[in-house]
Design a protein around this ligand. Structure first.
Ligand SMILES: Cc1ncc(COP(=O)(O)O)c(C=O)c1O
Length: 400
C-alpha cells in the first residue's frame, strides 16, 4: 500500500514527466575527457567542468592511487575526532602555496564549504548577508540556513547592492558572489565589490568554483584576474572541477577566518573528511597547474576564443565573455532539450538547461570548453551545432 507521501511524490514525478522536466542521467561509459563514451558511442564532451583536462591525467590518477595505498580508502571519522591525516594538512598547505594565502581548510565538497562558511560567519539576526541573485544553489541554500538578514541584489547590479548596504543595520556584513557565474559564464566585478566591501565594512566572499584553474595569470581565479587576490577576500572553491575533478571544497583566506571555521563550521565538524585519494590527486592537480599552468591556460584560452568566434560566425545567440562557459541561448526549454538530443545523435554531448534553472524564455545549451579539446573536437562540435541549429530556426530568434 502506498503512503500518502509516496502518492504525493508519484504525482509530482508524473507532472515532471508530463512537462518534460524529468531528468535522465547521461551515463558515461569511459573516464571524463574531451572525448568520452555515452550510449555505446564516442562523443565529444562539451558539458563537463574538466577545464584543464586533469580528471583522468596519469599523474593525478597515480597520486590518487598512492593516497589509497598509504592511508586506505577513507578517514572513518570527521576531521576533529580522528579524521585528520597528514594528507589533509599537505593539501591545505598546497592550497595556501598555490593562492599565496595565510590559511585554508577543506570540506567534502564546495557545497559543504558554502554551507559551512555562510551561516557560520553571518549567523544571527544582527548580521547581514548580501548575495547576487544568480549565485550558485549551494550559496542560496547556505543563506537559508542562517538567521542573518538577507539582501538579494539583482545580478551584478552594484547600485542596488550599495543601497542595500547603506540601509542595512547590521554587525557582521558579508557580501557573497560567484567569481564566474555558472549558467551565464560572466564574471563578478570584484574591484567594485571590493570597494563596496571596504566602504561598508563588509567581508567579501568569492565562490571561485568555475574560475579556479581558469582565470588569472596563474589560474588562481577571478581575484587574480582583477588583481585583488589576498586583499581580505575569502575565497571558496571546489576541487571537483579544474583541479582534478574528484570532489572537495576549500576556504582560503586569513588564519582567523579559517581557525574560526574549523571550530564552528558544522559540515566539517559532523561529516567525514576528504578521502586520501582525493587529497593526493588534488595536490597533484595543483602541482600540474603550478608547473605547467602557463601552457594549459594558454591552450584553454585559445580554445575559448576559437569556440566563441565559431558561435558568432554561426550567428547563434550567446552571452559575450572570456570564460569557457559559453551559453547558446535557444529560447524554450523544449527547444533546448530537442537540440541536446539532436546533437548527441551527431556525437556531441552538451547539456540543455531550461526553466527553472534559468529564466523562462532563456533556455540554453551550456557549452563548456576545456584545454584538453583539440581544434578538431571544437570544429566538429561547431559543425554539429550549425547543422542542428538549421533544423531549429526558432533557436535563432531567442532573445536574451
Ligand atoms: C559556483 C559553484 N559553487 C559550488 C559548487 C558545488 O561544488 P561541489 O561539486 O564541489 O559541491 C558548484 C558546482 O556546480 C558551483 O558551480
Amino acid at each position: 500500500m502506498q503512503t500518502t507521501l509516496e502518492k504525493t511524490l508519484a504525482a509530482e514525478l508524473n507532472s515532471l514527466r508530463e512537462t518534460g522536466q524529468y531528468k535522465q542521467a547521461n551515463v558515461l561509459q569511459a573516464p571524463q575527457g574531451p572525448r568520452t563514451r555515452m550510449d555505446g558511442r564516442d562523443v565529444i564532451c562539451l558539458s563537463s567542468n574538466n577545464y584543464l583536462g586533469l580528471a583522468n591525467h596519469p599523474k593525478v590518477v597515480a597520486a590518487g592511487q598512492d593516497g589509497t595505498r598509504k592511508f586506505g580508502l577513507g578517514t572513518a571519522s570527521v576531521r576533529f575526532i580522528c579524521g585528520t591525516m597528514t594528507c589533509h594538512l599537505e593539501l591545505e598547505r598546497k592550497i595556501c602555496e598555490f593562492l599565496g594565502c595565510e590559511a585554508s581548510t577543506t570540506f567534502i565538497s564546495c557545497w559543504d564549504a558554502n554551507v559551512g562558511v555562510i551561516p557560520t560567519l553571518a549567523s544571527t539576526a544582527e548580521d547581514a548577508i548580501f548575495s547576487d541573485a544568480l549565485n550558485h544553489a549551494s550559496i542560496i541554500d547556505a543563506i537559508r540556513l542562517s538567521k542573518a538578514q538577507r539582501f538579494i541584489y539583482k545580478h551584478r547590479d552594484l547600485n542596488e547592492l550599495e543601497s542595500m548596504l547603506k540601509s542595512a543595520n547590521a554587525r557582521n556584513r558579508v557580501i557573497i558572489t560567484d567569481g564566474v557565474f555558472s549558467m551565464e559564464g560572466d564574471v563578478g566585478d570584484l574591484p567594485q565589490l571590493k570597494d563596496l566591501a571596504n566602504r561598508y565594512d563588509a567581508a567579501l566572499i568569492v565562490d571561485e568554483s568555475h574560475a579556479t584553474g581558469v582565470l588569472g595569470a596563474h589560474g588562481r581565479g577571478t581575484a587574480e584576474h582583477f588583481g585583488v587576490l589576498g586583499e581580505n577576500t575569502i575565497q571558496i572553491s571546489t576541487l571537483g572541477k579544474a583541479l582534478g575533478g574528484a570532489c572537495g571544497g576549500y576556504v582560503a583566506g586569513s588564519r582567523i577566518v579559517c581557525d574560526y571555521l574549523v571550530q564552528r563550521a558544522r559540515p566539517q565538524l559532523f561529516s567525514n573528511a576528504l578521502p586520501p585519494s582525493v587529497c593526493y590527486g588534488s595536490i597533484a592537480a595543483i602541482d600540474i597547474l603550478m608547473t605547467e599552468g602557463a601552457t594549459l591556460l594558454e591552450k584553454l584560452r585559445a580554445n575559448v576564443r576559437h569556440f566563441r568566434a565559431g558561435i558568432a560566425t554561426l550567428g547563434l545567440k550567446t552571452i559575450e565573455g572570456i570564460t569557457p562557459i559559453v551559453p547558446v541561448i535557444v529560447g524554450e526549454t523544449a527547444t533546448a532539450i530537442a537540440m541536446q538530443k539532436a546533437l548527441l545523435e551527431k556525437g556531441v554531448f552538451v547539456s540543455g538547461f531550461g526553466f527553472p534553472v534559468v529564466p523562462r524564455g532563456e533556455a540554453r545549451l551550456r557549452c563548456q570548453i576545456s584545454a584538453a579539446h583539440s581544434r578538431d573536437d571544437l570544429d566538429q562540435a561547431l559543425a554539429a551545432l550549425g547543422a542542428v541549429a538549421e533544423r531549429f530556426p526558432e533557436a535563432r530568434g531567442a532573445h536574451h
